[in-house]
Design a protein around this ligand. Structure first.
Ligand SMILES: N[C@@H](CCC(=O)N[C@@H](CS)C(=O)NCC(=O)O)C(=O)O
Length: 230
């Protein structure tokens, strides 16, 4: 059906990871176009909201992981990521919103406010680009994004406060996943993909990875939500 599916992305964007997982779950072949280094400045021109992911598929350009999810669910329904049951679907939507609008900011905080995590992030954002562009990403990128964190609110809290809140939430997620394979119903849904995509990014760059391992049900479930490529 789709001959050339292109995901415009940053490897370490949790929303781009979410789209990669959806495409993989539905066995849709795709390639990626990365916007690293100075190419970051082009990314805002790809959609009205100026954010990534953006997906080119079947001659259409679709922006926003939720809009992409809706499109894929209709056009590629051989594998469904949305429960048929209305109550389960409602839970799935609430999980997705929690992941996209709350968890996202924790990951962002852990990347921007910790030097080691930021260096790892900069390496990903500089991949395939001339070395001089790394300086730009390291300094200008951090300055610009830290302002977003403060404006959102989470950036005004101490590291200890944010870590404590995040670990509390991981504990709650661990409770939720006890004796369960998936967050909603008995198969993988967008709820798993959305939440896991955020947590996999925390795992990728944050020092909290070793603490995350001590939540056994979250850790087991995260392994089920790995992705194949990037
Ligand atoms: N609601 C959007 C959020 C996408 C988003 O926030 N993407 C981030 C990357 S993780 C972005 O493009 N940030 C650039 C900016 O805010 O200027 C979605 O689900 O796709």
């Amino acid at each position: 059906m789709s001959s050339d599916v292109v995901l415009h992305q940053w490897t370490v964007s949790p929303f781009c990871g979410k789209v990669r997982r959806m495409l993989e779950a539905k066995n849709i072949a795709y390639r990626v176009k990365n916007y690293n280094g100075i190419l970051t400045t082009i990314a805002p021109r790809l959609s009205d909201a100026g954010k990534l992911p953006v997906l080119d598929i079947n001659g259409k350009r679709i922006a926003d992981s939720r809009v992409i999810a809706d499109y894929l669910e209709v056009e590629f329904n051989h594998v469904s990521l949305v429960p048929e049951d209305a109550a389960q679907r409602a839970s799935m939507n609430i999980y997705q919103d929690w992941a996209d609008e709350s968890l996202y900011w924790y990951n962002f905080y852990f990347r921007l406010n910790y030097d080691e995590a930021w260096e790892k992030t900069v390496d990903f954002f500089s991949e395939g680009r001339p070395a001089r562009e790394k300086l730009l990403v390291r300094h200008l990128g951090r300055f610009q994004y830290k302002r977003q964190l403060v404006a959102q609110g989470i950036g005004r809290y101490s590291k200890a406060q944010v870590e404590e809140r995040f670990l509390f939430l991981l504990g709650q997620l661990n409770e939720t996943l006890k004796d369960k394979q998936w967050l909603v119903g008995d198969r993988m849904s967008l709820a798993d993909i959305a939440v896991a995509s955020q947590l996999h990014e925390v795992k990728r760059t944050s020092h909290l990875v070793s603490t995350m391992e001590s939540f056994p049900d979250v850790w087991r479930w995260l392994a089920l939500n790995k992705e194949r490529g990037q």
